[in-house]
Design a protein around this ligand. Structure first.
Ligand code: ADP
Ligand code: MG
Length: 387
């Protein structure tokens, strides 16, 4: 955990509110490692909590007023309990207020509080600073009010807070990863049963996140279109196969091969991506258990290729990074991470090579696009906790 960050928040809190915090909660950001668009198809994802996060210091206030302070942007807001609706601004306050609102449904937040937070996750870089903020708030404020939901209930509560108070239609991956992360391990999530499992990875690898900072327009409509195409494909298989198909999760690679020629070609390619990606995640879990990092990395390359040609959620910036990574012997695997159409590529490397690979990737990207991408080393780390 980042001790200077904890100390910074503790000091800022004491300075501003004249009392030491009663509670400090810390929650990390996350990175999606394998399993692309599989979550809403009730499939599988491998992700990791990272070594960047948000710390929140909290203490009781004498009235029903809640004072929230964001150190990084030097802003503060005071709201009265009960919190019933989002505020117009600042935007960051709604991640916290949404949590206050949802926690009140799980128990009681009837006493006001002071909360001070800061973090080191770059905002909007696909590392889920928003989930880290919600999870730190939920853990900390829950502890202050003596409400202790399970990890899964906390994740759901934070997701509902983000959905309802900021309008972002996030799934559960971000919050689950932030809560369940373990050092040197990946988080395996089954998005049908919501069972979560820790998969040991070892200390011999870390990840680079290369952010293109590109966000192609139409991301939202493309995303909705992909979801609709996945539903169409599932409906086709439900009416074709002689076993129940609720989602593409229920379709095997063999079944896809057998029936794909009867489908509309675009829908068939979308389905191929999901069906094979689910298979890749399960295969990756098996390879990791056998200590086969190279085989795991190969699946990451395959995942990107499938995004590129089947799901068509890549773009030239992401492809350039994935291609550059493919040509560097020190890179074990690389793929786009997150929704696609811009955003980041995640690369798996040995820690000793991370800095050199980061420099090479940046230069290769600059050579094509005239400006560098933004590269960061992240390490699979422990999930959210009270400090
Ligand atoms: P991501 O989750 O990928 O980082 P989002 O757009 O979902 O991007 O969430 C980013 C938002 O979360 C920011 O606009 C801000 O409102 C809030 N946020 C996250 N971290 C902080 C922070 N350290 N200080 C203030 N606001 C933050
Ligand atoms: Mg987010």
């Amino acid at each position: 955990m980042n001790l200077p960050l904890i100390e910074k928040v503790e000091q800022a809190h004491t300075q501003r509110f004249g009392a030491a915090p009663a509670i400090i909660a810390y929650a990390p950001g996350r990175v999606e490692i394998l399993g692309n668009h599989t979550d809403y198809n009730e499939g599988f994802v491998l992700s990791a909590a990272i070594d960047l996060g948000i710390a929140m210091a909290i203490s009781s206030a004498p009235s029903s007023a809640c004072v929230l302070r964001a150190v990084d942007v030097n802003e503060e807001i005071t709201v009265e309990l009960p919190v019933k609706a989002p505020v117009e601004k600042p935007l960051w306050a709604n991640y916290v207020l949404g949590v206050v609102n949802k926690l009140s449904g799980a128990g009681r937040i009837e006493k006001g509080f002071f909360a001070t937070f800061a973090g080191d996750i770059p905002l909007g870089a696909g590392l889920s600073s928003s989930a880290a903020l919600e999870v730190a708030a939920a853990l900390g404020m829950g502890a202050l009010a003596n409400i202790h939901p399970s990890k899964l209930d906390l994740a759901k509560l934070c997701q509902a807070a983000e959905n309802e108070f900021t309008g972002a239609r996030c799934g559960l991956l971000d919050q689950i990863s932030s809560l369940y992360g373990e050092p040197e391990s990946l988080v395996f999530t089954d998005f049908r049963s919501l069972e979560v499992e820790s998969v040991p990875l070892g200390a011999d690898v870390c990840f680079l996140v290369a952010n293109t900072r590109v966000k192609h327009s139409l991301v939202e409509s493309e995303y909705n279109e992909r979801r609709a195409q996945c539903e169409q494909a599932a409906a086709f298989f439900a009416s074709t196969l002689n076993h129940p198909v609720k989602a593409l999760r229920d379709v095997s690679v063999e079944e896809w091969k057998r029936w794909a020629s009867r489908m509309d070609p675009v829908t068939a390619r979308r389905a191929a991506h999901i069906v094979e990606e689910n298979y890749r995640v399960l295969e990756a879990r098996r390879l990791l258990a056998a200590g086969n990092l190279k085989g795991f990395g190969e699946l990451m390359f395959q995942s990107h290729h499938s995004s590129r040609v089947n799901f068509e959620n890549s773009c030239r910036e992401l492809d350039a990074l994935a291609d550059a990574a493919r040509n560097l012997p020190a890179v074990l695997g690389a793929r786009l991470s997150g929704g696609g159409f811009g955003g980041s590529v995640v690369l798996m490397v040995h820690p000793a090579e991370a800095a050199a690979v980061g420099r090479e990737i940046t230069e290769l990207y600059r050579a094509v696009f005239g400006h560098p991408c933004d590269v960061r080393v992240v390490k699979p780390s422990a999930g959210a906790r009270l400090v």
